[in-house]
Write a protein that binds this ligand. Structure first.
Ligand code: SF4
Length: 325
């Protein structure tokens, strides 16, 4: 029996691709990668549903390095899908080369996405992965050149599929036929494809090209303010945000907390000057009970050092100008 490792996002296509192989007797496992932009939850659910083992790998740092300068550029938002898929295949391919599996597969469908899943894009993904000879796309395989896996008899080409295009009808019919009761709607699951997330990420990559995974995690919390080209403030909207910010405020980042009043927590990242920190303190002071007072005390912490600043809460029209949508 041949052994295949599939990129399992947990969406319908990758789940069906796994089932196509499983139904012809291939021993199937899934692998899912975790970054600040996407997680493993949907894949875990899908793997449970179709009863296959799932490997989970965190690739936050290397994925971010790729995101800063993708060879094939971005899609509609800041989604570097061709490079991202190629990277996932390359990482999964190491396990094939180490002898754990015979080949890789994915749920890519020819022509489903105009930019990242046309014929040339599929070829680019395979080439850039460094292991094109190991990749099978079971949902569209019969429309693609015959692979080594088919020639060697590891899979039966006759039992692979010939799906193409943007319609989801055949996938939905198969899901019904094969008893897949629940599956997520197409799209979603990756912050990089979300229009609302793009301005925040673009601002970070533009002003702080050396940004880290923690800087990206900050983008997911509360309000974002650009203090200067060098520094930004992330400000909590509620207790959950404030607690999360408290945890992310270590290292060189500066934690900014309401001192003499009940108010939010903020984190300044980048390379702030004294003026930037004063502005951040005035912003923190402009929320919660601080905005009702002429002057309040704000507490700042960087590493082991904590100091206090007395500031006037920033006027709303000024804070509005600093906000990153
Ligand atoms: S949608 Fe997100 S996870 Fe999927 S290939 Fe594109 S960037 Fe990667």
């Amino acid at each position: 029996m041949s052994k295949a490792l599939g990129l399992l996002s947990g969406g319908l296509d990758s789940t069906l691709a796994a089932m196509v192989l499983k139904r012809q007797g291939v021993e199937v496992s899934g692998i899912v990668f975790v970054t600040p932009f996407f997680g493993a939850e949907r894949a875990r659910k899908a793997a449970r549903q179709i009863d296959i083992p799932l490997l989970v790998e965190n690739i936050g740092e290397e994925h971010l390095a790729m995101l800063k300068n993708p060879r094939y550029g971005y899609g509609k938002n800041l989604n570097p899908c061709i490079d991202c898929h190629a990277m996932m295949f390359a990482l999964a391919g190491r396990r094939v080369l180490a002898g754990e599996f015979d080949f890789l597969f994915s749920g890519e469908v020819l022509g489903q996405r105009p930019m990242s899943q046309n014929f040339n894009a599929l070829q680019a993904v395979a080439k850039h992965s460094g292991c094109p000879q190991l990749i099978l796309r079971p949902l569209s395989a019969r429309l693609l050149p015959v692979t080594g896996m088919e020639e060697q008899g590891l899979v039966d080409r006759e039992r692979l599929l010939d799906i193409q295009g943007r319609s989801r009808r055949r996938q939905e019919d198969l899901a019904r036929e094969w008893g897949l009761g629940e599956y997520p709607a197409s799209g979603g699951g990756c912050l990089l494809t979300e229009k609302s997330f793009t301005p925040r990420l673009r601002d970070l990559l533009t002003h702080q090209p050396e940004c880290t995974v923690t800087d990206v995690e900050l983008l997911k919390l509360g309000r974002q303010y650009r203090l200067s080209p060098r520094a930004k403030l992330t400000l909590g909207r509620n207790k959950v945000n404030n607690d999360a910010l408290q945890a992310l405020g270590g290292g060189e980042r500066v934690l900014v907390r309401a001192g003499s009043f009940a108010g939010p927590t903020g984190v300044v990242s980048g390379a702030p000057t004294a003026e930037d920190l004063e502005l951040a303190a005035a912003l923190v002071a402009a929320f919660g009970k601080g905005r009702e007072q002429a002057q309040v005390m704000v507490r700042l912490t960087r590493g082991e050092d904590t100091w206090e600043l007395d500031v006037t809460p920033l006027a709303e029209e000024v804070s509005q100008r600093l906000i990153i949508p």
